[in-house]
Design a protein around this ligand. Structure first.
Ligand SMILES: O=c1ccn([C@@H]2O[C@H](COP(=O)(O)OP(=O)(O)O)[C@@H](O)[C@H]2O)c(=O)[nH]1
Ligand SMILES: O=C(O)[C@@H](COP(=O)(O)O)O[C@H]1O[C@H](CO)[C@@H](O)[C@H](O)[C@H]1O
Length: 324
């Protein structure tokens, strides 16, 4: 109890000095602070043809042409079966196929694989990750995330914070109802086991930025375990004071079904379990199951695989290759 109170006090103490808003970071001031630091925006995309082009157009117009803060826009084509790649290229992004990056490695799947391949295929000193399904994207998403990284060498990772309405099938936005897996799974797990991280408003949010040399030192959990695993691993690696968050306003995106989020919840739970084991905080007599029995509306049972894998820190791979 004492430890948890201390940890939550730590989270509260961290929150003030390490939280800002996108408005605090003007593009012109950031351009002055940028110097020779290079910036890559990496967008993981799985069948996002209806939104990816607009996001890239805003980044290119505002942050490449108007204020040259961004040096590279990379879309990772995550086994798309629609026109995502063509739309992204037409809007001015470089596009790489997920499985074409480091092709000598057996391909893995999911968002975490797309992000790790995006890190490997990009070049910026700072990498900004932005989801490709955002529906109200603004350039402030990127400038807000860059702010602390371009102005404070002590900060190595910045997470977006935002209000997340749930857009219903009727098209009506229900304030505060988005981020369902965050509220039902991730936030409770973080508060129970990593309360130092409790100050992060949106631990699963898909918009965040970090220094390349830090991202290259953490593993990337595949599928939808990537954000949860990264927060816990970065807390270990760089410590809470090297992490910050920026309020980006409101974030709306394409929503998955409850069934799909059930699978996501399973992946995140397995990720949390793996970190508890790795940190020696649980002793296990055997691995947890990696399957989830779900039931369709008609009650039909459906056994799904919620296993996650893990890519090693990129730096370790490049070191091996150098040695090889
Ligand atoms: O195998 C995958 C799954 C997702 N994504 C991308 O990762 C981002 C977040 O995924 P999604 O929207 O499915 O998650 P949600 O926001 O609904 O939790 C989006 O840009 C997806 O296109 C990806 O690149 N590969
Ligand atoms: O935050 C969440 O609960 C989920 C689902 O959000 P919604 O309930 O569809 O608004 O969305 C996030 O989770 C994924 C897993 O970490 C991330 O990859 C997504 O980028 C993020 O949108």
């Amino acid at each position: 109890m004492e430890r948890d109170l201390r940890a939550l006090a730590r989270a509260r103490e961290w929150y003030g000095p390490h939280s800002s808003t996108a408005e605090d970071w003007s593009p012109d001031a950031l351009l002055r602070a940028k110097g020779t630091t290079t910036v890559s925006v990496v967008l993981p995309a799985r069948n996002e043809e209806s939104t990816v082009g607009d996001i890239i157009t805003v980044i290119r117009r505002e942050l490449v042409e108007r204020t040259p803060l961004v040096d590279e826009i990379l879309v990772v084509d995550s086994n798309c079966t629609d026109a995502t790649a063509a739309k992204a290229a037409a809007a001015g992004a470089r596009v790489v196929a997920q499985d074409a990056v480091l092709p000598h490695l057996p391909p893995l799947t999911g968002k975490g694989e797309a992000l790790w391949k995006g890190l490997a295929a990009s070049h910026g000193d700072i990498v900004v990750f932005v989801d490709s399904d955002l529906r109200d994207f603004g350039a402030h998403f990127v400038t807000g995330l860059l702010g602390p990284l371009l102005t404070d060498p002590r900060i190595h990772f910045v997470k977006g914070a935002y209000e997340r309405p749930l857009i219903g099938e009727d098209g009506i936005a229900r304030r505060g109802d988005g981020g369902r897996v965050t509220e039902l799974v991730a936030r409770p797990l973080i508060n129970l086991f990593w309360p130092e991280l409790a100050g992060f408003h949106q631990p699963l949010g898909g918009e965040y930025a970090a220094r390349r040399d830090v991202l290259a030192q953490v593993p990337f959990v595949t599928e939808y375990g990537v954000e949860f695993g990264m927060l816990v691993d970065l807390l270990d690696l760089v410590g809470l004071d090297a992490m910050a968050q920026v309020d980006l306003g409101t974030r709306t995106h394409s929503h998955q079904s409850t069934t799909a989020l059930g699978r996501m919840a399973g992946q995140i739970t397995l990720t949390a379990w793996s970190r508890l084991e790795r940190q020696g905080r649980v002793l296990s007599s055997g691995p947890p199951s990696r399957t989830l029995l779900q039931f369709g509306i008609d009650g039909r049972p459906d056994l799904v695989d919620v296993s996650v894998a893990e890519r090693p820190p990129l730096a370790s791979l490049l070191l091996e290759e150098d040695v090889a």
